[in-house]
Ligand binder design. Structure first.
Ligand SMILES: NC(=O)c1ccc[n+]([C@@H]2O[C@H](COP(=O)([O-])OP(=O)(O)OC[C@H]3O[C@@H](n4cnc5c(N)ncnc54)[C@H](OP(=O)(O)O)[C@@H]3O)[C@@H](O)[C@H]2O)c1
Length: 312
């Protein structure tokens, strides 16, 4: 089978196409013939930082495909089933023609949702859900600021916040304004023209996904009892949130950091919204498996609008 593997070359390491033997599923595993995958920060960040590489050298957390064979102890799936999942908790391996994964990381792909659309969902949408609902305690009527709304996580965060009945202010570039408005944001701010953290606005919930502002600047625009959730952005922002967040949460306003986890119940929840048309995955570009390195490069530049999908 074909795989894209991160390999040491003479002077550097590169993503290269290789032919390897198909994995054999163990008793509790399912062998999936992958039809589509998508790129996330957790795929290219380890290459940038030099840590957290998957043991197999094969990246790819979001997978969609068809069950080829199952181990003897597998009960939830059978050959021919359309499945999907986030396999980042099991060493990744989605940028390949086949992968063997435990059955408990997969769900059935809802009928009527295409492979490419489904591949754009797991990591980004579940991250947005866990940020809004679990860390952010979102409630109907809340005023929610989504900072960095244009990417994979951001486009889901806007739509899920609207689904939960919040009033959404989204921050993105002028290029993405129309798209973000079409996802239900009541107000869109161009980050090049306006610094919302310097305004007299107040928000019940702030989800910081991309871009950089100091934690104190975000805290200043939180309403009393408001919650700030750091999802991503610059490494500086991530480290500061982890270190100073707990100290800055002494009063009524809370500063939290999210570490999203793969969760099949959460994935089923968002897939039901996708299948019913309440949430619409936004796909920027599609690349064939052979061009995965190019896809990773494009996403790592930080300006994709929504998701980038790998077709296999
Ligand atoms: N905490 C967790 O558990 C967790 C889980 C998943 C992801 N993350 C993190 O979440 C972040 C977003 O992931 P993603 O997959 O959504 O990334 P992404 O798709 O690569 O995000 C790209 C988007 O970011 C926007 N952007 C870039 N610079 C910006 C700025 N200065 N201000 C506002 N928006 C800006 C871009 O808009 P323009 O092109 O318009 O600038 C583009 O639409 C990453 O840092 C990732 O590591 C964290």
């Amino acid at each position: 089978m074909k795989v894209i593997v991160y390999e040491k070359q003479k002077k550097s390491a590169e993503l290269v196409l290789r032919e390897v033997s198909k994995p054999v599923p163990s008793d509790h595993e399912v062998l999936v013939r992958i039809k589509a995958a998508s790129v996330n920060a957790l795929d290219y960040r380890p290459m940038q930082m030099g840590v957290g590489m998957p043991r197999s050298g094969i990246f790819g957390a979001d997978i969609v495909g068809v069950v080829e064979t199952v181990g003897v102890a597998v009960s939830a799936f059978k050959p021919g089933d359309a499945v999907m999942g986030d396999i980042s908790g099991n060493g990744c391996g989605g940028f390949a023609e086949y992968v063997a994964v435990p059955e408990d990381v997969l769900i059935h792909k809802p009928a009527g949702v295409s492979d490419e659309i489904a591949a754009a969902v797991p990591v980004a949408a579940v991250t947005a859900l866990q940020a809004l609902r679990d860390k952010g305690n979102i409630q109907a009527g809340h005023t929610v600021l989504i900072y960095g709304a244009g990417g994979g996580v951001g486009t889901y965060a806007v739509q899920l916040a609207v689904y939960f009945g919040a009033q959404v202010t989204a921050v993105c570039s002028a290029r993405n304004r129309a798209m973000i408005q079409s996802l239900g944001a009541s107000e869109v701010i161009d980050y090049a023209l306006e610094d919302v953290t310097a305004s007299d606005r107040r928000f019940d919930l702030i989800i910081a996904i991309n871009g950089y502002h100091p934690l104190l600047a975000y805290k200043r625009i939180l309403a009393p009892n408001g919650i700030y959730v750091m999802v991503g952005g610059s490494l500086r922002q991530i480290f500061k949130s982890l270190i100073f967040g707990p100290f800055m949460s002494m009063g009524s306003r809370k500063m939290r950091a999210l570490a999203a986890k793969p969760n099949v119940k959460d994935l089923e929840f968002v897939m039901a919204l996708v299948a019913s048309g309440k949430v619409r995955p936004v796909i920027d570009r599609r690349y064939p498996l052979e061009q995965t390195a190019e896809a990773m490069r494009y996403v790592s530049e930080g300006h994709a609008l929504g998701k980038v999908v790998i077709t296999i």
